[in-house]
Ligand binder design. Structure first.
Ligand code: DSN
Length: 418
């Protein structure tokens, strides 16, 4: 074989991958959109399927040699349809952003009006941010969370829908800790004659595991990523009613993507299989229980939870009552030093910029995969508070780092090379 010999192996990259495995093994991974995939998902992702070109769909490919790939993609489609009760699925989107852009391309026209949640109130870049293609190509109008309860305000959404007459209403969030009921969105969409798109990127695993209402029976189209609570490979997926199937497939390929990543499609199929197992229901329930326990413990440590708490896998923490000087940016940096990984996040109506912020976002999907439960959530809250209280004291931060490593050692994720 003309590949490099063992002695010529790229030790630089593989050394760095080893370092990253060590980081994931020894620290607390609390980024709400991350998870630990199974070795099977990783094996499919690293399989020979990465070698294959397969433009088109099962049974209708542009290149030869796709009989096996057809079976794999058909399996992924059948599994995800069954998992969510959908009429049609497209498993080819490379990411959630690609999935969302394909939906806009397929179902509306540039310049059309769309209603979505503002990014700084918990929405997503692709829900109309002015710096994203969604906001550049389409006329997005944003709704915001309520001033006092920090929850979606369906009276406001309805008023905006009546005023702007959108072609589409986008439900879905990236930093909103509460349940997203699909029925009120459907009712408003029907009242103004809009399509309803539901982006369940964050909560797909909760929906699959029965820990969050399923919007599939209500929405025209549902998009999601496969790598967050669903615990699959990095990638996207679109579910639609039969009426929109052809338009969505055309918008993904050839509309916005070329060759699909069939190694990722195979890994998605594996993840869908894993999400169908009874144990996944327990997992999804435990994610929510852990989030609720962590939110309560953080609140006892003096933090304020945006909207007062969480019903999902995540919470947004307002740092101001804990320490008015403390920013999300500084918290993220110092917590990283203590082996606690999370992200800075704007709170609703944040006086600070998105690069600084007055809050952090915390999620429990990864630590729940590790097997941590409510008692560990109390420890995590204590470690976070101790680190932030002692942020100018390196010895105290190092002490927390050691405690974090000891806790993670009790819940090993990837003990050997995966
Ligand atoms: N970057 C993802 C998140 O962290 O929520 C959204 O795309």
């Amino acid at each position: 074989m003309p590949w490099p010999s063992e002695t010529q192996r790229d030790t630089e990259v593989f050394g760095l991958i080893d370092k990253e495995r060590e980081r994931q093994n020894t620290g607390l991974q609390l980024i709400a959109s991350e998870n630990f995939t199974s070795p099977d998902v990783m094996e499919a992702t690293g399989s020979v399927l990465t070698n294959k070109y397969a433009e088109g769909y099962p049974g209708k490919r542009y290149y030869g040699g796709n009989a096996v790939v057809d079976d794999i993609e058909a399996l992924a489609i059948e599994r995800v349809k069954k998992l969510f009760g959908a009429e049609h699925a497209n498993v080819q989107p490379h990411s959630g952003a690609s999935a969302n852009m394909a939906v806009y391309l397929g179902l509306i026209k540039p310049g059309d009006t769309v209603l979505g949640l503002s990014l700084d109130h918990g929405g997503h870049l692709t829900h109309g941010s002015p710096v994203n293609a969604s906001g550049i190509l389409y006329n997005f109008q944003s709704f915001r969370v309520g001033a006092t309860d920090e929850r979606l305000d369906f009276d406001q959404i309805r008023e905006l829908a009546i005023k702007h007459k959108p072609k589409m209403i986008v439900a879905g969030t990236t930093s909103y800790p509460r349940r997203l009921e699909p029925q009120p969105f459907r009712a408003i969409a029907d009242e103004v004659g809009a399509l309803m798109m539901f982006d369940i990127a964050h909560i797909a695993g909760l929906v699959a595991g029965g820990a969050h209402p399923n919007p599939v029976p209500y929405a025209d189209v549902v998009t999601f990523t496969t790598h967050k609570t669903l615990r699959g490979p990095r990638g996207g997926c679109i579910l639609t009613t039969a009426a929109h199937a052809a338009a969505i497939d055309k918008a993904v390929f050839p509309g916005s993507q070329g060759g699909p990543l069939e190694h990722a499609v195979a890994a998605k199929a594996v993840a869908f299989h894993e999400a169908m197992q009874p144990s996944f229901k327990d997992y999804a329930q435990q994610i929510v229980k852990n989030a609720s326990a962590l939110a309560e413990a953080l609140s006892k440590q003096g933090f304020r939870l945006v909207s007062g708490g969480t019903d999902t896998h995540m919470m947004v923490v307002d740092l101001q009552p804990f320490d008015a000087e403390l920013t999300g940016k500084e918290s993220q940096l110092i917590l990283d030093e203590a082996g606690i990984t999370l992200n800075k996040n704007n709170i609703p109506n944040d006086p600070r910029s998105p690069f600084v912020t007055s809050g952090v976002r915390i999620g429990t999907p990864s630590v729940t995969t590790q097997g941590m439960k409510e008692p560990e959530m109390a420890l995590i809250a204590e470690y976070i508070a101790t680190t932030l209280r002692n942020r100018t004291n390196p010895a105290a931060v190092a002490e927390v780092r050691a405690k974090v490593a000891a806790l993670c050692a009790k819940f090993p994720v990837y003990p050997k090379r995966a």
